[in-house]
Design a binder for this molecule. Structure first.
Ligand SMILES: [Zn+2]
Length: 238
């Protein structure tokens, strides 16, 4: 998994399949809490500093502060209706959970403003990246050309067969035929969106991991109901 230097300078952790179930949507609360408590302890991170959202497969992004700390950390009291989180508060940990949908982290190094999103096809088709970049820009004084972005482990075109009605929501350069099936390249879409919104391609880092190809990672397409959703956690150091 490729991780850029700027991400290593933040609080950052990404759980793997073996770290257990991280989503309340996929298992009983006790099972998830056991996985989360163990993982956060191992990484030296405080679970009560976490803020997470419902992950509703939409384009809504919330601006979060210290008052939101703990939302969605130990129960389903997440921020409803959102797939993106933005903060400029050191110590707050943004968390999203994933099994094929892409983690997208964007950081304004100069102004220390952090954003993170859970990006599946529905959110991406609805304008999630534009919402996230817009929310970041509302807090900073510089343009998007100074933003750094990371695209985390996600299902890639090698494994992502979709129906025609899904493919038709995306531009031609993001879809292709493989035999009889239609494949969707959502990572290409993310790169193009970031470029369109003014980010410098040199500041965009791709993890280069396909969740479906790599058994260390969780894939809903591959594992179905046995999926152990992974957690992506970022935060601005105090
Ligand atoms: Zn693959």
């Amino acid at each position: 998994m490729i991780i850029p230097d700027w991400l290593s300078d933040l609080h950052f952790a990404f759980s793997h399949r073996g770290d257990g179930q991280m989503s309340f949507k996929h298992a009983d609360k006790d099972v998830v809490l056991e996985s989360r408590n163990r993982f956060f302890h191992d990484k030296g991170l405080n679970l009560d500093s976490v803020v997470t959202g419902e992950l509703a497969h939409g384009a809504e992004v919330a601006l979060v502060t210290e008052a939101d700390a703990g939302r969605g950390a130990r129960d389903r009291n997440w921020i409803e209706g959102i797939d993106g989180l933005v903060t400029d508060k050191p110590g707050i940990l943004l968390m999203t959970t994933h099994a094929d949908c892409a983690p997208l982290v964007i950081y304004d190094k100069a102004h220390k403003i952090l954003g993170q999103a859970h990006a599946g096809w529905r959110g991406l088709a609805s304008g999630l990246i534009e919402s996230l970049v817009g929310r970041l820009k509302s807090l900073n004084g510089t343009g998007p050309s100074e933003l750094h972005a990371w695209i985390g482990p996600t299902i890639r075109a090698c494994c992502y067969e979709v129906d025609r009605d899904v493919a038709d929501r995306f531009p031609d350069h993001c879809r292709f035929l493989a035999g009889e099936s239609i494949r969707l390249d959502l990572t290409m879409f993310v790169h193009r969106e970031l470029w369109r919104l003014g980010l410098n391609p040199d500041y965009v880092t791709d993890s280069n991991v396909c969740t479906s190809c790599n058994p260390e990672f969780s894939s809903y397409r591959r594992d179905g109901l046995n999926t152990q959703a992974m957690a992506c956690i970022t935060g601005i150091p105090e």
